[in-house]
Design a protein around this ligand. Structure first.
Ligand code: PQ2
Ligand code: NAD
Length: 152
């Protein structure tokens, strides 16, 4: 069964991203279109995220994740390169009843991260239900070029 595209108001939600590499950066760029601030817990961050720290969009907790870190957050994203860490984040989030997105395991996601096309108030999210990421990206790129001639 396909997933229902739910459009939610994120403004008052406290968002946390565990991990600060390439995938976290790509997702933070998307989240930046919908929120003013995201907390990132990660011992290291890539240079794109350093810029987001400087601009105030990212609040950086510079250390590894430990259980209990999700306290006070409403929505959880995990994008570390460790299956064990991502799984631990999933377990804590599930226990706390928090919506959770885990980048290396679709079975542990309570929602998927879509490819997003945004033009003013118009927002389009594309998913393949986790079956074909390439097709998702291609479809989003086609929509961008067809409708708005907007690349990425
Ligand atoms: C849409 C996009 C959003 C974004 O990431 O921003 C996205 N994946 C993108 C790209 C991408 N993903 C992967 C590669 C590298 C390899 C390859 O090419 O296959 C690339 C290409 C690249 O990175 O360039 C690998 C991968 N992805 C997932 C797993 C785990 C699994 O399947 O269990 C693994 C194996 C990880 C591993 O090896 O450990 C899981 C998920 N990825 C999703 C979203 C969710 C459902 C999306 C849908 O319905 O299609 C879902 C289910 C959950 C989630 O993470 O929310 C983005 C599109 C591009 C864009 O628009 O820019
Ligand atoms: N869903 C997707 O779209 C997609 C696409 C490609 C890859 N992946 C998956 O995403 C994972 C991450 O990829 P990447 O390119 O961002 O890796 P990366 O190496 O660039 O980044 C990993 C980040 O995790 C952080 N980290 C490591 N251990 C941590 C811990 N204990 N606590 C907090 N942070 C920790 C590191 O400091 C680093 O910032 C890959 O291993 C792969 O499984 C997902």
């Amino acid at each position: 069964m396909s997933y229902f595209p739910l459009y939610i108001d994120m403004q008052d939600l406290q968002l946390i991203m565990v991990g600060g590499g390439n995938i976290a950066l790509r997702r933070l760029r998307t989240l930046k279109m919908f929120h003013d601030q995201v907390t990132v817990i990660s011992p290291l961050v890539c240079s794109g995220i350093e810029d987001m720290i400087c601009s105030g969009f990212v609040q950086w907790i510079q250390r590894s994740y430990v259980p209990g870190d999700l306290n006070g957050f409403d929505m959880v994203f995990a994008a570390t390169d460790s299956r064990a860490v991502n799984h631990a984040v999933f377990q804590e989030a599930r226990k706390a009843g928090l919506p959770v997105n885990i980048c290396d395991c679709k079975e542990e996601c309570s929602f998927y991260f879509p490819s997003v096309i945004k033009n003013g108030d118009i927002v389009i999210g594309v998913t393949s239900g986790g079956t074909d990421h390439k097709k998702t990206k291609q479809t989003a790129d086609r929509i961008r070029s067809m409708i708005w001639n907007q690349k990425d």
